[in-house]
Design a protein around this ligand. Structure first.
Ligand code: ATR
Length: 270
């Protein structure tokens, strides 16, 4: 029987995950089916159970279910426990549900693909919501010189940084704590959606710096336009999307697909 996978979201019609995983499976020759399922807002666990009963082997989880997915797992990877969220559900050999999060490793893989040196880097992360929490551990594991989490609501960034202090030199604060230059600035706020730019100083970037926005679209985000005007390398969130998918695929299938051609095709279709 064909192994079934899906992405759960609400809404989920816009998801690129079915196309990405179909491309991965075509590459590796894996015989899988991958669909998008809109789970009811009040019964994510039921949707997962029904999917398992229909031959489901694993799933990706997107907004707004990553915390619901976290709560229903029988076992969690260390990085998922830290993130407080799960974007990858895996049916284990004993019928148990395992939870993982691949967003952070996806970000790190994409940054490395662009040649960004994380070890010894001065990193600024903007935002302190779930998206940022999900990437802090993999960033800190790379050994940056320091990592500042800066957020509109300073207290949220301070509390978030405190949860990761055992992993490295991380501090949190308001935007007024920003003190460049930084080698890498990651925008993990949803401000771009509203066309807003966090208040940032003109001397934010060190020579050779990189600006990354977790968002993507046909046009660069307002943050990446601002960074581009300052002459630094800009990277949007499309590569992170494909890399996190590849890590999920690896968790399910034990094979690593080649992300480059898949990313190129998605880019052209934006
Ligand atoms: P997600 O799961 O995508 O991280 P979230 O948990 O709602 O979503 O977090 C959104 C983040 O974007 C927060 O850091 C938020 O700042 P606050 O904690 O102060 O709310 C940030 N954000 C949203 N709109 C913003 C804006 N217009 N300017 C600056 N920061 C913004």
């Amino acid at each position: 029987m064909t192994d079934r996978y899906c992405v759960f979201g609400h809404p989920v019609g816009h998801s690129k995950s079915p196309a990405i995983h179909a491309a991965f499976a075509a590459q590796t020759g894996d015989d899988i089916e991958y669909t998008a399922i809109e789970a009811p807002l009040d019964d994510f666990a039921g949707a997962w159970r029904r999917f398992l009963a229909q031959g489901g082997r694993g799933a990706n989880v997107t907004v707004p279910f990553k915390e619901d997915a976290f709560r229903l797992c029988d076992t969690l990877s260390q990085r998922a426990r830290r993130a407080g969220a799960v974007n990858t559900l895996i049916l284990g050999d004993e019928g148990e549900t395992r939870g993982d999060t691949t967003d952070g490793v996806g970000l790190v893989s994409d940054l490395k693909r662009h040649g960004v040196e994380l070890s010894g880097a001065r990193i600024l992360v903007l935002g302190a919501g779930g998206a940022v929490r999900g990437v802090l551990e993999p960033l800190l594991v790379e050994g940056p010189e320091g990592l500042l989490v800066a957020n509109r609501t300073a207290a949220k960034a301070e509390a978030l940084a405190a949860d990761f202090r055992d992993l490295g030199a991380i501090v949190g604060g308001g935007f007024d704590a920003v003190e460049g230059p930084y080698d890498l600035v990651i925008n993990g706020t949803s401000a771009s959606l509203a066309g807003d730019l966090p208040p940032l100083p003109d001397d934010l970037f060190a020579p050779g710096a990189t600006a990354h926005d977790m968002m993507y679209g046909a046009e660069p985000t307002i943050f990446l336009r601002w960074a581009d005007e300052r002459g630094v390398r800009t990277v949007d969130g499309l590569g992170m999307l494909v890399e996190q998918a590849a890590e999920s695929f690896f968790q399910w299938r034990g094979r690593r697909p080649d992300t480059a051609p898949v990313l190129e095709r998605l880019r052209q279709a934006l």
